[in-house]
Design a protein. Sequence first.
Length: 263
Amino acid sequence: MKKVLLFSLFTLTSFNAYAQEDNTDYELRNDEKYGYIIDKGGKKIEGIVRLNGDAMNPWSNQKKVKFVAVSDIDKSKKKQKFKTLDPDDIKKYVAFDENNNERHFEMIKYTNTKEGFNTATGGLSGNIKAFNNLTKSNQFAEVVQDGKIKVYKLYGYPTTFSAGGQIAVAEKETERMRNSPSYIYSKKGGKIEELTLAKAKIIIADCSYAKGKLTSGSYASLKNDEKKRSGLGRLIKSQIDDVMSNVPEIVDEVITDYNENCK
């Protein structure tokens, strides 16, 4: 196991080194939109913030971000140089993606143990995937709902190595992770935990408005918790998947409603 972890560390280091050598030259656009970062001292610094990931590798946005401050932009030069920042450098960043959507990311301390122990790829590939997830605690998570209950979207990290019969399995697992991020939350700045259907019912119970709607069955996204059980009383996996896939709807409907109407 020790050899596996050492090899995993080498692979991960090599992968990160490659990522840092990515082209950082950037040509200013006529309609350039400025985002900003919040440094460790709480200072807001405006500039061009460029996402490090995209739809194919959204987890890369959680590791690093590229930034050039307004004060460092030299308009006499055709291209600008970015600095690469990680969660040890800043508290927060706000960037515009390719569709001009404003996106907010905050540094959090959270280890994605669910993905870490879900070694669906098996073998060495699965061990590296576990290593990639269990060794990351400080990371940027995207804020998808702000307020008394703050919700973040967080992707697991795929394996950085696969070979032979593991390749197809690893690719399928990476696709699953790409399409199925975790949703985690913090209430009133408290501990960050995974958001589930059961947990959603608990965290809104301190508000009579939300609790009343829950009791009356007004929240459609909280109705899909009927669980078929086997003879041994275990949840059928497909039913668990159905419940977990409902979390984005819970965020949009229930958490939004709570934050807007509960104090």
